[in-house]
Design a protein around this ligand. Structure first.
Ligand code: ZN
Length: 239
C-alpha cells in the first residue's frame, strides 16, 4: 500500500480536472520536533502535500480551502494567472512532490491567499513551512527569507486578527522564537518572556517550557556579549 491517497478535483478557477494527492495520516511518523515545531519524520514528509495545486492554472491553497473559494475571488484569480505562472516557472504539479515542488506550492498558495484577503495567520503558516523546507535542504539565505516573511505575518495577525486559530501563547511564542532564529535577540526576549512569565497560567505548558528554554539560551548569549564588551572597555581604560 502506498502512502498517498488521491482525489479527483475540478479546479474552481479554470475548471481543469486533476488528481490531488494527499498523504495518509497513518503513514506520518514524527521522530522529533524543532523548537519552531518543524517535524522531523521517519519516511514521508506530510508537509509536501498540504497544499493542493491545479497543474494547469496553478491556483493553490490548503486542501480544506480549495473548493470553498468565494465567488468574488474566482475572477480575481482568473485574471492573475500570469503572476502564478511566473512563480511556478513551468513546474509540473502532476508529478510526485519533492522539496522544490513543495516550496513552490507554498509560494503559490501564499500568493493566492494574499490576493484573496486570506488571513495573515494562514499566510504566516505557509511561510513558516516554506522555511522548514529550506532548512531541510540547508539553504540558510532562503530559510531566512521565509522566516522573515512568516514573522511579519504573525506580527500582523497578532496585532490585527481577533479570531486566531492558534492559541494566543503559541503565536507570541512563535514571534519570539522566529526573532531568536533571525538573531533579533532583544525582540525575542520580549516575546518569549511574555510566555514564560505568564503567572496566570493561561499558557499551554509545553509552549511555556519551550519559551523558558529559548529565553535562557538568548540570555546567555547576551550576557556573554556584554561581558566581552566590558572586558574590552576595561582594556581600553587601562591603556
Ligand atoms: Zn486551475
Amino acid at each position: 500500500m502506498g502512502v498517498l491517497w488521491e482525489k479527483q478535483v475540478n479546479c474552481p478557477i479554470c475548471k481543469n480536472s486533476f488528481v490531488a494527492k494527499n498523504i495518509k495520516s497513518s503513514a506520518v511518523k514524527v521522530k522529533e520536533r524543532d523548537t519552531d515545531f518543524r517535524g522531523i519524520y521517519e519516511g514521508v514528509n506530510p508537509n509536501w502535500y498540504l497544499v493542493w495545486v491545479c497543474p494547469k492554472c496553478y491556483y493553490s491553497c490548503f486542501r480544506e480551502d480549495f473548493l470553498s473559494i468565494k465567488r468574488k475571488y474566482v475572477a480575481v484569480l482568473q485574471k492573475d494567472i500570469q503572476k502564478r505562472n511566473a512563480i511556478a516557472r513551468n513546474s509540473d504539479f502532476n508529478k510526485e512532490r519533492n522539496h522544490y515542488l513543495a516550496l513552490i506550492s507554498y509560494e503559490l498558495a501564499a500568493h493566492c491567499y494574499n490576493i484573496t484577503d486570506g488571513s495573515k495567520e494562514k499566510i504566516g503558516n505557509l511561510y513558516l513551512k516554506a522555511s522548514w523546507l529550506a532548512r531541510e535542504v540547508k539553504i540558510w539565505s532562503l530559510e531566512k527569507k521565509f522566516l522573515k516573511k512568516a514573522l511579519q505575518c504573525y506580527l500582523q495577525a497578532y496585532e490585527s486578527e481577533p479570531d486566531l486559530k492558534m492559541d494566543n501563547s503559541l503565536i507570541v511564542y512563535l514571534i519570539g522564537e522566529l526573532n531568536r532564529r533571525l538573531g533579533n535577540y532583544k525582540e525575542a526576549i520580549r516575546f518569549l518572556g511574555r510566555v514564560y512569565d505568564d503567572r496566570k497560567g493561561r499558557c499551554n505548558l509545553e509552549v511555556r517550557r519551550l519559551a523558558h528554554e529559548q529565553y535562557f539560551i538568548i540570555k546567555e548569549i547576551i550576557d556573554k556579549e556584554e561581558g566581552r564588551k566590558e572586558e574590552e572597555n576595561k582594556k581600553e581604560e587601562s591603556i
